[in-house]
Unconditional design. Structure first.
Length: 645
């Protein structure tokens, strides 16, 4: 009899150690099996053979007729469980589909070996050639290219090189809407070697794609969101993380991994090239690249030879004479939309979905209520008429007059994309309007409407940040930013960074060499240095200011973060639990700084109230030690959170 450690795929199993099972024949590490777990039979991964234990063991029920997972996949799983601690049952769920047949049932079309295809790509610019020459040695590269500079062209060239060398490639996009666009480009070039995998596929389609990746012997190009990293792709020579700054690369559920950290580890396992591509890199990634002397490759020019002018108008939201027709559409914006429609072109109106927190600001001078400790936006709470910081817990009574200009013009702003759709429909009743946000129906999702947009069957696009990412819209000639400051109102240390990124990305949807275009930016802060930097694509100016602020208030990249959340049936008990844990952590005299307790940004969820502590440390291992000591129930944690909301 043989004995094996098995990682079971079941969210019901909350243990942190593999379970031991027996089998009457030798099994290779990585073998995929089914095992009994309580009163169920669940999939599992054989990790390794072990000596006969001192306790009774159950037999492995079935050994699936599939080849074992690659050793690199097992190494990644073991690293992940240590780096982002989570139950084994949850970790295993990342690496195995929810259901597997006893035999491989792969896609109808099996990938063929790489052949040089006759499909023509745009000729490489001199700048792109220089970038490719700088990225020929396996390493981590930060590809910092402005929107429209041709980063995708570099991805396809590097992918072709990997395939010629008999190696596979992983191409990651932050969201499914962008996956369709990337997949179309790569499929046109590399045909059946491309396998697309994401959560909007049916379980049967996802299983078939996963089995294709597992069983195919020839190189594959796997395209999809962050879950691609956990597919059993072998002999990986290239990993591309497109739009690498995007917070969608952070997993919100356990295990709270960040895809860039996972991609970095996988690139080390395979000794392959990792490309982090973005027009607006993460401040933390940029700083770490500089500190570790990693190559930062710049693309500063448009890839297209044609040049069409892009003009910009900035509208001061405090000047209400500009809003005589509707509350949120200025006269210059209405004029620009009208011109696009008469030319048979398109308009895009952007409003950040998450900018819905009720924030206190002055309509006259643009002053905003900020926390004196954290320099983040204070959020208005109507139940007790107070302004609160959701990072450190600072509280003050609501003010009725502006401390800067002393006028009684304090307002509490909150509106969303649906309100904008209603206004636009009244002004342009004949226009074909479509909204794109998290509330969109499945048939109305961006990935399902992309071809209609390209074909010009939608006149006005209204949406959230999903419209800012990587889309190339040839007919788009008017861009309207309804409230450029919206993300600044988020009570989070990343608010400045997110605002710069979102503005730069959305402005990058126009001026890409297709048609003459115009942007109308509506803001309460027309003289803001951040807005000026975004409008002029001045990354260096923004980065310089932001890194100073991060260091001053001890935020990443100068520390590691751990967000601890207490969930209770009342806000008083949640606060009490958070205070109690804080006292314990202080008594331990660890080398940490603790902010809070404070109510979570979304304080009440599903009938429970949540309060949180923010723990900062220079050493990540200190935070891992805290996680191990957390109470068994009533607490959740997020290590390396993308934000503190």
């Amino acid at each position: 009899m043989f004995y094996y450690h098995v990682w079971v795929r079941s969210i019901q199993f909350r243990g942190n150690e593999a379970l031991t099972y027996q089998y009457d024949r030798p099994l290779a590490s990585g073998s995929i099996v089914t095992v009994p777990l309580r009163n169920q039979r669940v999939p599992g991964i054989v990790v390794k053979a072990v000596a006969r234990p001192q306790f009774a063991t159950k037999p492995i029920a079935t050994v699936l007729e599939l080849q074992p997972l690659p050793p690199a996949t097992l190494r990644l799983a073991e690293w992940l469980q240590q780096f982002y601690p989570a139950p084994i049952g949850v970790i295993a769920g990342l690496f195995l589909p929810s259901t597997l047949g006893s035999k491989a049932q792969v896609m109808d079309q099996t990938p063929t070996p790489y052949l040089k295809r006759t499909i023509s790509q745009p000729r490489l610019t001199d700048e792109q050639v220089a970038a490719l020459n700088a990225m020929q040695t396996p390493d981590t590269y930060l590809l910092h290219g402005r929107t429209g500079s041709g980063k995708t062209r570099i991805y396809t060239e590097l992918t072709g090189q990997a395939l010629k060398n008999g190696q596979s490639a992983m191409i990651l996009s932050p969201e499914i809407g962008l996956t369709s666009q990337l997949a179309a480009v790569f499929t046109e070039l590399f045909g059946s070697q491309v396998v697309v995998i994401h959560s909007h596929l049916t379980p049967k389609q996802r299983r078939a794609a996963w089995l294709t990746i597992l069983t195919t012997r020839t190189p594959i190009v796997a395209v999809g969101p962050r879950s691609v990293l956990f597919t059993p792709l072998q002999n990986v020579g290239l990993i591309v993380v497109d739009e690498s700054h995007d917070p969608a690369y952070k997993q919100e559920q356990s295990p709270h991994y960040h895809a860039i950290r996972v991609a970095s580890q996988l690139s080390k396992i395979y000794n392959c090239t990792l490309i982090l591509g973005s027009a607006t890199p993460s401040v933390t990634d940029y700083y770490m690249a500089e500190q570790k002397s990693k190559t930062i490759v710049r693309l500063e020019y448009l890839a297209k030879a044609e040049h069409f002018d892009r003009t910009t108008s900035v509208v001061d939201l405090r000047d209400r004479s500009q809003f005589t027709r509707t509350p949120h559409l200025s006269l210059p914006l209405i004029k620009a939309i009208s011109h696009s429609l008469t030319q048979g072109e398109q308009a895009l109106l952007y409003l950040n979905r998450r900018g819905t927190a009720r924030v206190a600001l002055c309509e006259h001078c643009g002053w905003q209520a900020l926390c004196p400790n954290c320099d983040v936006s204070l959020t208005y709470h109507g139940d007790d008429h107070a302004l609160r910081c959701h990072v450190c817990g600072f509280r003050q009574d609501t003010i009725m007059s502006c401390p800067a200009c002393h006028r009684t013009s304090i307002t509490f702003r909150s509106f969303g994309t649906k309100a904008i759709v209603d206004e636009v429909g009244k002004v342009f009743p004949e226009a074909r309007i479509m909204r794109f946000d998290a509330d969109s129906l499945k048939s109305e999702r961006l990935e399902n409407q992309y071809q209609r947009i390209i074909d010009g069957k939608i006149d006005i696009l209204i949406g959230t940040q999903m419209l800012t990412k990587g889309l190339d819209l040839p007919r788009l000639s008017t861009l309207g930013v309804i409230l450029a400051d919206s993300s600044l109102y988020l009570p989070d240390y990343t608010a400045q960074e997110r605002t710069y990124q979102l503005l730069s990305q959305v402005i990058g949807r126009i001026g890409r060499g297709h048609v003459k275009s115009h942007a109308v930016i509506q803001t309460y802060r027309p003289d803001s240095s951040l807005l000026t930097a975004a409008l002029h694509n001045d990354w260096e100016a923004f980065y310089h200011d932001e890194i100073i602020e991060r260091k001053r208030y001890f935020f990443p990249p100068f520390c590691h973060l751990l967000k601890l959340s207490s969930s209770r049936t009342s806000t008083a008990s949640a606060e009490k639990a958070a205070e109690s844990l804080r006292s314990v952590l202080v008594a331990d005299k660890l080398a940490v700084r603790i902010d809070g307790p404070a109510p979570a940004f979304h304080e009440k969820v599903g009938g429970s109230y949540r309060w949180q502590l923010i723990v900062k440390a220079r050493e990540r291992n200190t935070l891992l030690a805290i996680i191990k000591k957390l109470p068994k129930s009533g607490w959740t944690y997020d290590l390396d959170p993308a934000d503190l909301l």
